[in-house]
Write a protein that binds this ligand. Structure first.
Ligand code: ADE
Length: 221
């Protein structure tokens, strides 16, 4: 998969893709990530990429021209263009699975008061990572790319994402490692029993318990 990130702050991405699983996925050529500064596409003599909003109001709005020209120069019939905005549909694990099957993602990171509305005409989807407002789309882009890349076949063992939280609207079960007792807290005895049927039943009931406690909205689905 190829991922192009359009941003005005390319340096924000320093580091995030050069560690751990994403780095390995890049090294193994499972994913190619390009960071493009869309200011390079502006035709404005002062290098501007934004302007004041029509109708008044605070802040600056990202203009059409640099983003249109940048997207036009990189998109192919296989590209999916994603706009990151707090007004988008809320991003979910299901979407991460669907997007992990795409060949080319183009991710637009906004800043300031947002994008000129007409930029939506060149996007396939508008996504928000949650009900809070960040200073820009860069951190949401990192979240999207991390959650999508780990699902690309061969990046991590398939078994480890089959049991991920959210796959079936249930959160993950609790896990323990050595020692068996830590500061008086014991590992549940069923996990030491060797009885795999009992362990599966325990884990399933823990998933339901934790989901009921932390995310009752998921159980209603
Ligand atoms: N830009 C600012 N806040 C955002 C959010 N919650 N999701 C996506 N993009 C954003």
């Amino acid at each position: 998969m190829k991922i192009d990130i359009l941003t005005l702050f390319p340096d924000m991405f320093n580091g995030v893709f050069s560690e751990s699983i994403i780095k390995r996925a890049i090294d193994d050529k499972k994913v190619e990530i390009n960071i493009i500064n869309f200011r390079d596409y502006t035709l404005d003599s002062h290098n501007k990429v934004d302007d004041t909003p029509y109708g008044g109001g605070c802040g600056m709005v990202l203009s059409c021209q640099p983003i249109f020209d940048c997207v036009k120069s990189i998109r192919t019939s296989e590209s999916k263009v994603i706009m990151l905005t707090p007004s988008g549909k809320v991003y979910k694990q299901r979407m991460a699975y669907d997007l992990s099957k795409e060949k080319h993602l183009i991710i637009l990171c906004g800043h300031y008061e947002g994008f000129d509305e007409r930029i939506k005409s060149i996007c396939d989807m508008e996504l928000s990572i949650g009900d809070y407002v960040l200073t820009g789309g860069e951190i949401p882009a990192m979240i999207l790319i991390d959650s999508i890349t780990r699902l690309i076949p061969g990046v991590i063992e398939e078994e480890s994402h089959l049991i991920d939280s959210f796959n079936d609207n249930l959160l993950d079960y609790p896990v323990y490692t050595k020692p068996q007792v830590y500061e008086g807290m014991e590992v549940p005895s069923v996990l030491l029993s060797g009885d795999h049927k009992k362990i599966d039943e325990y884990r399933e009931s823990e998933r339901i318990r934790i989901t009921r406690e932390n995310r009752p909205d998921l159980l209603e689905k």
